[in-house]
Design a protein around this ligand. Structure first.
Ligand code: ZN
Length: 389
């Protein structure tokens, strides 16, 4: 609760009630006779409740006093808004419902009150009620931008991806803002669920839609590759994994291990080694380099792997590379050298362990695994693999 807001609210409420009542009185008696300015005893009753810290009773009295007409609607809306911002959503709902129930409201005022009430429902988690109000606004062509934005939020919270796609497309036309990469993520959500259910036709369809909405959608290519792997179309899986390199080279780390599995299945490790060499040469990432080292160790022995990695480390020093090199030499070392190497190994292992593997480009959130929707700032497609040490 923000103290300034509380003070403002308790100042505003009686003032609003009094001014609303006075406006009402002047309208009843336009000549402004003496009797019209006598303050309603209800006002003092309300003030007494305020002074006695009985907010609910005070609100009831003041709302009753505050006649709803074109001149006091704004005051009602401001009060409702203040209550919502203070987290007192039930009170905000009562004010906005009371406002909407008045027949004197014109179309625009009613729409604005509906929008506010919808926001109240959102704050209290009554998403279905909020959705009904926002859909009515969209149908009446009023407050389109905000209503669609809120609906998009509702559908994402409810994981109703079909409606999220529809409303995001509508929002794109209304606001002119490009939402194609987010829409692609919604298709990927559908594809992911279908992959879990084993419904490959639905996976394929949603992946196609995701890529047509946003051709650089890495997630769509990853799902597509997993789907092909699952149905035994390994060559097509390799093609999908490889397309990620041109979509966003930051995600190359994600394809190293699955590509190894694919090439191993096809018994084409030589081809895989050539691909890794190309990745190391062009992008210089540590993941392909470590995989290459492992394959050299497997094929030519640890000494050859040690020579390879130590040579590479001269031009591309990295903690993970040093960690691997020490691993190869430590078993053959003895005495003092062995002790020193053990210390280095503990240090590199610790550095690797505490290092986050993924980071949100938008809010800096660190993660150990890849999240397509940032857990912190709730943005899509902003979490990326961290450039390796
Ligand atoms: Zn974030």
């Amino acid at each position: 609760m923000i103290p300034n807001e509380i003070n403002l609210l308790w100042f505003l409420l009686p003032v609003a009630a009094l001014s609303g009542w006075l406006i009402g009185q002047c309208k009843v008696n336009p000549k402004g006779s003496r009797s019209s300015t006598l303050i309603d005893p209800e006002y003092f009753k309300g003030l007494n409740y305020v002074l006695n810290q009985q907010p609910d009773k005070a609100i009831e009295v003041f709302i009753r006093m505050l006649e709803v007409d074109s001149e006091t609607v704004e005051t009602h809306l401001a009060l409702g808004n203040l209550f919502r911002r203070r987290g007192e959503v039930d009170r905000a709902i009562r004010i906005h419902q009371n406002l909407i129930a008045r027949p004197s409201l014109d179309r625009k005022q009613r729409a604005f009150a509906s929008l506010e009430l919808g926001m109240d429902y959102m704050s209290s988690g009554l998403l279905d009620r909020a959705e009904t109000l926002f859909l009515e606004l969209v149908e009446s062509n009023l407050h389109l931008n905000q209503a669609c934005t809120e609906l998009l939020e509702i559908y994402q919270q409810e994981k109703d991806w079909e409606n999220a796609i529809k409303i995001a497309r509508k929002l794109e036309t209304i606001s002119g803002e490009k939402l194609n990469s987010i829409i692609a993520q919604f298709y990927c959500e559908c594809a992911d669920s279908a992959l879990v259910d084993g419904n490959m036709r639905v996976v394929k369809d949603n992946v196609r839609q995701a890529i047509s909405s946003y051709p650089n959608c890495v997630r769509a290519s990853l799902i597509e590759a997993q789907m092909y792997q699952r149905i035994g179309k390994v060559k097509l899986a390799i093609k999908s994994y490889k397309s990620i390199e041109s979509q966003d080279s930051d995600f190359i780390t994600e394809i190293i291990v699955p590509l190894y599995d694919c090439y191993r299945e096809l018994d084409c490790i030589d081809e895989y080694i050539e691909y890794l060499k190309m990745l190391v040469h062009i992008y210089g990432g540590i993941s392909p380099l470590l995989m290459l080292t492992e394959l050299i160790a497997e094929r030519e022995g640890k000494d050859a792997a040690k020579r390879f990695i130590s040579n590479e480390l001269k031009t591309k020093p990295s903690i993970k590379g040093v960690d691997r090199m020490v691993e190869y030499v430590i078993s053959k070392s003895e005495g003092e050298i062995h002790d020193y190497l053990k210390i280095i190994k503990i240090l590199t292992a610790k550095l690797i362990e505490i290092r986050a593997m993924y980071k949100c480009n938008n809010c800096g959130f660190d993660a150990k695994q890849l999240h397509w929707l940032c857990l912190s700032c709730k943005n899509w497609d902003t979490v990326k693999p961290v450039l390796e040490l």
